[in-house]
Design a protein around this ligand. Structure first.
Ligand code: DAH
Length: 369
């Protein structure tokens, strides 16, 4: 181990040699430091006020030197001081970083490098996202593009342009969360959390003249209390096709194909009259019960059918709002549909409660791995 040598003379060559010995000793001792205790000993050996190496340099080299050499030696020792201090400090930082990397805990804990590593299971797609992607993929394969829109929406896009005039009772079917303190704004500019993905229909038509075929996945919000099948935040997938000569037959054929792709080829569909302000005629689409095959069971309330989505032919009043972009209802027609992703996921995976999707319980989620 290095000890501070006595100097035979004070020539620059001797000093150079002595300093370089000192530096290489510092370097090799630094490399030996593996634990915090090692580091404390290292620090004291080099920097302790009482008998550290730096102090010894002063004692052995400076004090014994003849007056004419003192200045030069003092300079050399002072030049070595920051190097020593810096090495000692940076060694601790290095040690802390290295320990942190290995065991993920701050220094101080003993490291047992023979312990097995931490096993981090690979994540999988959340079931809601998985079903959403599956639905989107079915329509992508039919040539649809994918569209998206904002979750914070204006009253205009969420309601007015979809033919829900202000104060129209159809608004009551979607209990809406409004952003506070907007009373000064005109009603159509007020912000809300979108209650459905349908506003993106208008946004797409504003940007793109017909023809359009678009599939729109997204998150929506309603002021609905949480129960086994409802959540105030949920997901929808919206579809829109506009072109010349689009008929209700196209709507039926498209959705029938999509349901067979999602639930299997034996599934049947039927269309039941309904009402949405932005479609005319409107329908609820039902699928033959995927549990009993249509015979009737508890899940389908013994009807043999399960209601799955809303759809219809785009109302001419909706086209009025985007007429300037080529949507003239005497020339083009279209169909639209919207479905709840959680609802489909609940059916597909026989999930008992919608909350399970949001709780993040690994015991539930790992079943989808
Ligand atoms: N936006 C409707 C809802 O959330 C669902 C819907 C019905 C969407 C009919 C459509 C449609 O595009 O044509 O209840």
């Amino acid at each position: 181990m290095y000890t501070v040598p006595k100097l035979d003379d004070y020539s620059p060559a001797t000093l150079d040699r002595a300093i370089s010995q000192l530096e290489s000793a510092l370097e090799s001792e630094r490399r030996e430091v593996q634990t915090e205790d090692d580091w404390k000993a290292f620090r004291d050996r080099w920097l302790a006020r009482k008998n550290g190496i730096l102090t010894q340099l002063n004692e052995l080299w400076l004090k014994g030197a003849p007056p004419e050499s003192k200045k030069e030696i003092g300079k050399r020792i002072n030049a070595s001081r920051p190097l020593i201090e810096n090495r000692v400090e940076s060694q601790l930082n290095w040690l802390r970083a290295a320990v942190h990397e290995i065991v993920g805990s701050p220094i101080g804990l003993p490291i047992d490098i023979s312990l097995p590593g931490i096993h981090r299971p690979i994540g999988v797609k959340h079931p809601v996202l998985r079903v959403m992607d599956e639905i989107v993929a079915v329509f992508k394969a039919m040539g649809y593009s994918i569209g998206e829109g904002p979750e914070v929406e204006t009253d205009y896009y969420n309601f007015e342009s979809l033919n829900f005039p202000p104060n129209h009772p159809a608004r009551d079917t979607q209990d809406t969360l409004f952003i506070a303190a907007q009373e000064q704004k005109p009603a159509r500019d007020r912000l809300l959390l979108r209650t459905h993905t349908s506003p993106v229909q208008i946004r797409v038509m504003e940007l793109q003249p017909p023809p359009v075929r678009i599939i729109i996945p997204g998150k929506v919000h309603r002021n609905d209390p949480l129960d086994a099948t409802h959540s105030p935040v949920f997901h929808q997938v919206e579809g829109l096709a506009v072109d010349t000569n689009i008929t209700f037959c196209d709507l039926k054929g498209t959705l029938d194909h999509a349901m067979k792709a999602l639930f299997g080829s034996s599934v049947k569909t039927r269309f039941y009259p309904s009402f949405f302000p932005f479609t005319e005629p409107s329908a609820d689409m039902q699928v033959s019960c995927i549990f009993c095959g249509g015979k009737g069971c508890r899940k389908c309330k013994f009807s043999g059918w399960i209601e799955l989505l809303g759809c219809g032919m785009v109302d001419p009043n909706v086209f009025e709002f985007v007429k300037h972009n080529g949507y003239d209802s005497s020339k083009v027609s279209g169909f639209a549909f919207g479905m709840g992703v959680e609802r489909i996921a609940i059916l597909k995976y026989e999930v008992e409660e919608i909350q399970l999707f949001y709780e993040g319980d690994v015991r539930f989620l790992e079943q989808f791995a």
